[in-house]
Design a protein around this ligand. Structure first.
Ligand code: BTN
Length: 264
């Protein structure tokens, strides 16, 4: 049995979503780019593309996502009907935390959807949507998870900020086992999004790094906003309070904590 078929069966046997088709590559440019091609050609929801390395992996905010062997790179096609699209990456964050828990690793979420262990990144999530005249046509959800990444295979500036399932759990979780766990949890939290979006946001908040009321910088491109982190609202936006009390609801950006004792 090929790896794709084995994954379809493993996910189904655990009550997970019915995968329509699976491509599993040793190496590829980007699983999300490949899945977008399939989406444009009409592939059904729950088509998945996986790889064990990428040569052109993409991250949020236009960054590259270094994807050497030792990671799992997974993209899933969704065709939302009633599910609130901005909440899909948050649901995916909760799903990754729950999947990692199954391998003995306790993670936290940093808005919008970085998955961290003790401040080090275990996984990243990239949601990309396309809309037509009838609204959202598809969402390609891309997950990059560090299974057994060797720090030395990453650029020097990233090494300290990254961890892996192997480092955290001493577990030799296989790509197939992790992929199945991720897809099962994605099914659970995507269903929850349809039935009770507020429950998903509440679940996200429960798993978040407790930076509430801390001073943070939110970078988006060249722009940086500094403020106190107030909340993640029910639409998944980050709410910060600027000096002077004005509140902003942000839908994208990179959050970092301001370490110095200074206020604004
Ligand atoms: C982030 O910047 O934190 C998000 C990283 C998302 C990377 C994944 S790996 C699978 C999929 N294919 C890509 O090219 N990117 C996403």
């Amino acid at each position: 049995m090929d790896r794709g078929t084995a994954l379809v069966e493993a996910v189904a046997s655990r009550g997970g979503p019915r995968l329509s088709a699976v491509e599993w590559h040793e190496s590829i440019g980007s699983t999300s780019d490949r899945l977008k091609q399939l989406a444009r050609a009409g592939a059904p929801a729950w088509t998945a593309v996986l790889a064990e390395s990428q040569t052109g992996g993409r991250g949020r905010e236009g960054r590259a996502w270094h994807s050497p062997p030792g990671g799992l790179y997974l993209s899933v096609l969704l065709r939302p009907r009633v599910e609130p699209v901005p909440l899909i990456p948050l649901a995916a964050g909760v799903a990754v935390v729950e999947a990692a828990k199954g391998f003995g690793v306790a993670c936290e979420l940093k808005w919008p959807n970085d998955v961290l262990v003790s401040g080090r990144k275990l996984a990243g999530i990239l949601g990309e949507a396309s809309s037509g005249s009838a609204g959202i046509e598809w969402v390609v959800l891309g997950l990059g998870v560090n299974l057994a990444l060797e720090a030395k295979s990453l650029p020097a500036e990233l090494r300290d900020g990254v961890t892996s399932l192997r480092a955290e759990a001493k577990s030799d979780a296989t790509p197939a086992a992790v992929a199945a766990a991720l897809l099962v949890q994605l099914g659970v939290w995507y269903d929850a999004l349809r039935e009770a979006p507020a429950r998903v946001v509440a679940a996200w908040r429960e798993r978040a790094i407790p930076w509430w009321n801390a001073l943070v910088d939110v970078r988006s491109g060249q722009a940086v906003l500094r403020g106190r982190l107030v909340a993640v609202d029910d639409d998944g936006a980050l709410v910060i309070e600027l000096e002077g009390g004005e509140r902003r609801h942000l839908v994208s950006g990179e959050v970092s904590r301001v370490r110095q004792a200074a206020a604004f």
